[in-house]
Design a protein around this ligand. Sequence first.
Ligand SMILES: [Fe+2]
Ligand SMILES: [Fe+2]
Length: 168
Amino acid sequence: MKTAIRKQMSIHPKVMDMLNNQIALEMHASASYLAMASWCDQRELLNSKAFFYKQAEEEREHGMKIFNFVNDAGGAAISPSIPLVNNDFESLREVYEKTLDQEIHVTHSIHKCFSLARSLNDFASEVFLQWFVSEQVEEEDVVRGILDTFDLMGDMPLKMIDERLPKE
Ligand SMILES: [Fe+2]
Ligand SMILES: [Fe+2]
């Protein structure tokens, strides 16, 4: 009878493993943005600090969204261990460049989850992941826009560049 009270797993086990990996990636992104927020906070870069604190929150929400989905689908969500994040940056530009690299990495990983779900006819996961596909397009676009601002501002002092970055 034990199996009768257990929820039926409605996602493919291979997809579940990849989703658990994605949870770890989102939580790592959250920790990494928190480090960037702190770096900006220490330098009174007000717009950037607000941006990265918000990003840190959002990435945690992404991780939790997947976490809850895995458990709701009858799987087993794993609380990830977070590897050490970089807290040291050369410049504000580098912070945003690293942000774009990270977002591109996350996008690739989401695409892998999505195509695996599709290839295994795991419709529940495919539909669930659609939101993340669109979210990544938006996130990459925001960061690319900020990096364009750096190109336009050239050698302007850090604080002046920060003041010209789009407010969230
Ligand atoms: Fe995310
Ligand atoms: Fe993101």
